[in-house]
Design a binder for this molecule. Structure first.
Ligand code: TXA
Ligand code: MG
Length: 338
């Protein structure tokens, strides 16, 4: 199969919608990362997503909608706090977990009775949802275990020959996957995955938001995960990535004494101080740009031909938490504190 990369003209969006309606999968841009979409109502189409990505069967998908009416179709019950959150953050990079309706097949939810739902803001995603006329199940459009794709080219590099088409909507504005929350009651929620909608922002609509354990710690395989995706290996470059928690001077000294076969992942402008090949992921203190660049930087690491890559520690405030969470998983939770 030859994978077509299509500009998002009206004609090509109609073509992508007809592929979806005939049970095919399509690469779709969103404001967070690219998704691999299929009809959320068609278990055979959903099966193709798992096959194309090599995704473990126990990892459920997010269902994308383009109206609150569609939320009523896919969720059995919508609590008031979800409406408050939707009012503030939809369309946008927030995913909420609901009891699933009968219409959502178990193939989408990996057998769970709950369904994750997101209303994306990207113009092309919304146009495609509208043209397809049904909710779309879509995980990130990477090969399982690879960094999520933030350009059509990343999708092509991972999935060429495995899917019929990718809509090219340019580089993703956010660059990290959506925030995922589990609503416990009107006052309490658990953050399963941090993203551009931060804890502080969520707490404007629901008073208490706690971090699920899986956000900052490795769960052991037997351990119960609120979000099954948290158990899987993620975002890993081929080189061994290690986060170094220290000031810049100590970082430089450390890398210098471990320079053999090493590379570094650093903030903009720091490269010149290091004796090893470097990739950068934005300016220090600018988490919005860091988020946009992180996954490209992780992909670039694979081209460096190094054995070990030492990464600077990002700030963890606000959106920084999402950057730290992704970097931690890419590093297999290996952090050296100097
Ligand atoms: O920004 C995003 O969310 C992107 C774009 C394409 O929308 N999608 C995305 O999907 O990141 P994926 O499949 O890579 O991540 C979905 C996450 C996984 O960690 C999965 O375990 C969790 O959401 N999830 C899905 N359904 C769930 C459920 N019913 N309960 C708990 N966690 C769920
Ligand atoms: Mg993913």
């Amino acid at each position: 199969m030859d994978t077509k990369v299509l500009l998002p003209t009206e004609e090509n969006i109609a073509l992508a919608a007809s592929l979806l309606n005939s049970g095919e999968v399509v690469g779709m841009p969103t404001e967070t990362v690219y998704g691999l979409a299929a009809s959320a109502y068609d278990p055979l189409a959903v099966e193709k997503i798992f096959r194309a990505k090599g995704r473990p069967q126990d990892n459920p998908l997010i269902v994308h909608i383009h109206s609150m009416e569609q939320l009523g179709e896919v969720a059995a019950r919508v609590p008031d706090c979800a409406l408050r959150l939707a009012e503030r953050f939809w369309p946008g990079p927030l995913t909420m977990i609901f009891e699933k309706s009968e219409k959502i097949p178990l193939a989408v939810t990996a057998g769970l009775s709950t369904v994750a739902v997101r209303f994306p803001s990207h113009k092309v995603a919304r146009a495609l949802l509208e043209a397809a006329g049904m909710p779309l199940a879509a995980p990130s459009a990477n090969l399982s275990g690879r960094p999520s794709p933030t350009t059509a080219n990343h999708v092509y590099n991972d999935l060429n020959g495995r899917i019929p088409a990718i809509l090219d909507g340019g580089a993703c504005e956010v660059g990290l996957e959506s925030t995922v929350v589990l609503l416990r009651d009107e006052e309490n929620a658990a953050l399963l995955r941090p993203g551009a909608v931060t804890v502080q922002m969520l707490e404007e609509a629901i008073p208490h938001v706690v971090l699920d354990k899986g956000v900052l710690q490795a769960l052991s395989p037997g351990e119960q995960a609120l979000s099954p995706g948290m158990l899987h290996r993620h975002y890993s470059p081929r080189a061994n990535l290690v986060i170094v928690d220290s000031d810049f001077q100590s970082f430089c000294a450390f890398v210098e004494s471990h320079a053999e076969g090493a590379g570094a992942m650093v903030f903009d402008g720091e490269e010149s101080a290091l004796p090893v090949p470097c990739v950068t992921f934005g300016r220090q203190g600018d988490p919005i740009i860091q988020a946009r660049l992180l996954f490209s930087a992780l992909r670039a690491v694979d081209g460096m031909g190094v054995r070990t890559i030492y990464a600077r520690m990002p700030d963890q405030e606000g959106m920084g938490l999402a950057i730290y969470n992704r970097l931690l998983r890419a590093a297999g939770f290996e952090v050296i504190t100097l």
